[in-house]
Design a protein around this ligand. Structure first.
Ligand code: NAD
Ligand code: IPM
Ligand code: MN
Length: 369
């Protein structure tokens, strides 16, 4: 997805790899393999350092995000390639909260960019829709909202139990994501922007979104901007996705919309994302989770991880290599060299090998010059 702001690096780009749990640990090595293949044509080197953070380590050592990890990633790495976290043996999901949400919050990765692009028309469940109809990007606020973990339970496990989860929205937080979305639209010639909230019911929290949106949009008269309530937006995305270029919304709604969007473009196995703070160490991951229902079978689709890696390359300034990875993914889709979720019969590793071989054989990044 072109248009991700770059982090200008040194001689090498240093990438921290956190494969995580379940299929995260299966798809991430495939993405690394394709990254290694495609980066051979680059002037700058990619260096990978793997971290074993996840359920296994948590169960073994009680450690989620090790102390000093945030500073290490912030100071020593340019980007993080992340798989997924979630394990049935950790029903509280504590390790995911500490590691994934911890990194989003502590590295202040306030932009969660989740592009929805139909790469082959046979992949959409929508009748009669083609590639040109489904090409949008969701910008999800990524550092606050209902995710901050402010709240508590009272009289737990009694009939009088009360649970509270606060929705935290700061002017700074709301303004910077809305502004980012407008800037993105302007810089990438996306004509239309839609801000979505639920201000008709959540009058305090989303009243703030309304006020900030009204202010900021005045500075972007060149972008056609509008507001839709989240329930209507969900419906409209299915009815006529062609209306949308850039969508900006809060943390929770962005989470839900990105799975809806993913399905419009072929399913979770294909959907990429970037957790970004412009100019700082940022984290790239497929939108999907650890998929315990298919983990260990070697059938997980690695394309979401590969496309997330392409977003990461874009962010790191490897523009040609990022484009080459996307061309390779499109070729795999065209040839139907894909896993079962997309109607194919290939394995996770099979698809990874095919893509690595494709970029090398065609010396794609050079050809694209
Ligand atoms: P999920 O995304 O793991 O799976 C949803 C469905 O999509 C499953 O049927 C799964 O088999 C399928 N699927 C997902 N990715 C696929 C792929 N690459 N190839 C083929 N099929 C794929 O969501 P879930 O089942 O709700 O959650 C499972 C665990 O993952 C939970 O612990 C959840 O908290 C966690 N999770 C983590 C992340 C993350 O780390 N970013 C994201 C979502 C969910
Ligand atoms: C995602 C995931 C996470 C989220 C979970 C695992 C906390 O669903 O990255 O979309 O809700 O942000
Ligand atoms: Mn999600």
């Amino acid at each position: 997805m072109p248009g991700i702001p770059m982090r200008s690096g040194g001689q090498k780009a240093r990438i921290a790899v956190i494969p995580g749990d379940g299929i995260g640990a299966e798809v991430t090595p495939q993405a690394v393999k394709v990254l290694q293949a495609v980066s051979r044509s680059a002037d700058r080197e990619l260096e990978f350092v793997e971290f074993d953070w996840g359920a296994e380590k948590y169960l073994r050592e009680g450690v989620t995000l090790p102390s000093g990890a945030v500073e290490l990633l912030r100071d020593e790495f340019d980007a993080i390639l992340f798989g997924a976290l979630g394990d049935p043996r950790v029903p509280s999901n504590q390790h995911a909260a500490d590691i994934l949400l911890g990194l989003r919050f502590k590295l202040d990765l306030y932009v969660n960019a989740r592009p929805v692009e139909l790469l082959h028309e046979r992949l959409t469940p929508l009748r009669g829709r083609t590639e040109k109809d489904i090409r949008l990007i969701v910008f999800r606020e990524n550092t606050e909202g209902l995710y901050v973990g402010v709240g508590g339970v009272f009289k737990q496990d009694t009939p009088d139990e009360v649970a509270v989860q606060e929705d935290i929205n700061s002017r700074k937080g709301v303004e910077r994501i809305i502004r980012y979305a407008f800037e993105y639209a302007r810089q990438n010639r996306r004509q239309r922007l839609c801000m979505s909230d639920k201000s008709n019911a959540m009058t305090f929290a989303h009243g703030l979104w309304q006020r900030v949106f009204k202010e900021v949009r005045q500075e972007y008269a060149d972008i056609e901007s509008r507001h839709l309530f989240i329930d209507t937006l969900a419906m409209e995305m299915v009815r006529d996705p062609r209306q949308f270029d850039v969508i900006v919304t809060c943390n929770l709604f962005g989470d839900i919309l990105s799975d809806l969007g993913a399905q419009l473009a072929g399913g979770l196995g294909l959907a990429p994302s970037g957790n970004i703070h412009p100019g700082r160490t940022s984290l790239f991951e497929p939108v999907h989770g650890s998929a315990p229902n298919i983990a260990g079978q070697g059938i997980a689709n690695p394309l979401g991880a590969v496309l997330s890696s392409a977003m990461m390359l874009e962010f790191l300034g490897f523009r040609l290599q990022a484009a080459a990875m996307r061309v390779a993914v499109q070729a795999a889709l065209r040839e139907n060299y894909v896993t079962a979720d997309l109607g194919g019969d290939k394995t996770t590793t099979g698809v990874g090998d095919w893509l690595a071989n494709f970029v090398e054989k065609n010396n794609l990044a050079k050809q694209l010059k």
